[in-house]
Design a protein around this ligand. Structure first.
Ligand code: KG4
Length: 340
């Protein structure tokens, strides 16, 4: 049984093919057009998706070694994301599935990230979480602790009340005059810096919720003061600034996650989303596994940022349930909870 999966929620056009839940191909075209603007420009993103979607889907089918006539279903990201970007993938999926006379499966992008741990590249790949597990979902648009009870039953225990972790990293990187997206740049610099060099404010909010807007402001104000004393302060201290910023964010994320593990008693802990590519965060997960005997799940780098493989595996589970989408299903930009 072959599924074609399509992801176009933000600035990556991605297509994947799975055979009986095993990944055969995963092709992604990223959009460098946004770099000079320091953030994703929605109109440019949808135009780039328009250009990329046909060649990306074509390449994914070719790399899988099949023809489009062999496909049994088309899974696609329905939301949340940028509406103009989503519309390209959703409309393409509808037209493609219709022309082949096969069912469509709508996938929630966030569920896809959380289920990325079930992507299998071969038959003997069995290192997957057992339900229930906790998942720290950290990306440019989200920071959540999710209790995953089953493929389709997910509960958000806590989430950011303002900025997402990735958004905070990107904005602080922008303030430092570094490129976009800031995450990978901060990560690289942080490896050479002292994480204890500077201290930034940490939020004090109840429960499992996060807040990153105070940190962003604290970073900006500190930097402003230091630049008054030394106009080349950033150049002289960029590694230490990156390492201290990264440590602050990782500490904030892990503190709430420890609390969730303690309160729920669930020691299987996964991390997902673009920020899960961060080496400081990945190391913190490994430390916690040793110290607190957690069984951890860290995705391969290629499955951290937006990709169609995670949409494909989520679509596969829905296919087994015969949970298909109708042709008139609209895309959605925002979602209140992890629903279908
Ligand atoms: O999941 P994603 O690709 O897109 C969505 O937001 O849905 O996540 C993108 C975010 C960006 O904020 C980017 O800076 C961040 O993930 N990111 C990283 C790293 N790689 C990507 N943040 C920290 N360290 C990284 N290595």
């Amino acid at each position: 049984m072959y599924i074609l999966a399509i992801e176009s929620s933000c600035d990556d056009t991605s297509a994947a093919v799975l055979k009986d839940g095993i990944l055969l191909s995963n092709v992604t075209a990223s959009q460098s057009v946004h770099e000079e603007y320091g953030g994703v420009v929605p109109e440019l993103a949808s135009r780039a998706h328009q250009q990329n979607i046909v060649p990306v889907v074509d390449a994914a089918i070719k790399r899988a070694g099949i023809t489009k006539e062999e496909l049994n279903a088309v899974a696609f990201t329905r939301g949340p994301g940028l509406m103009g970007s989503l519309l390209v993938g959703v409309s393409f999926a509808k037209g493609f599935a219709r022309s082949l006379g096969i069912p469509m499966i709508d996938v929630n992008h966030l569920q896809g990230h959380v289920l990325a741990h079930f992507i299998r590249e071969s038959e003997d790949d069995h290192d997957q979480p057992i339900f229930p597990y906790l998942c720290l979902l950290v990306s440019g648009g989200n920071s959540q602790i999710v209790k995953v009870n089953s493929y389709k039953d997910m509960e958000i225990l806590g989430q950011t009340i303002d900025d997402a972790a990735g958004e905070a990293i990107d904005k602080c990187s922008k303030v430092m005059g570094l490129g976009y997206p800031g995450g990978p740049i901060i990560d690289k610099l942080a490896r050479q810096g002292n994480p204890e060099a500077f201290e930034f404010s940490k939020p004090d909010i109840a429960g499992y919720d996060y807040s990153f807007s105070g940190l962003k402001t604290s970073f900006l104000y500190h930097l402003r003061d230091w630049l008054k004393e030394d106009p080349d302060f950033i150049e002289h201290h960029k590694e230490d600034l990156a390492a201290s910023l990264e440590k602050t964010i990782v500490d904030i994320l892990m503190k709430k996650l420890r609390k969730a593990v303690k309160d729920t008693g669930i020691k299987q802990v996964a991390v997902a989303g673009g920020v899960s590519a961060n080496n400081g965060l990945r190391n913190a997960f490994r430390d916690h596994a040793k110290r607190y005997h957690w069984k951890i799940f860290i995705p391969k780098f290629s499955y951290t940022t937006d990709n169609a493989a995670m949409i494909g595996i989520t679509g596969y589970f829905k296919y087994l349930d015969k949970d298909f989408a109708s042709i008139d299903l609209p895309a959605y930009a925002r979602v209140e909870k992890l629903k279908n």
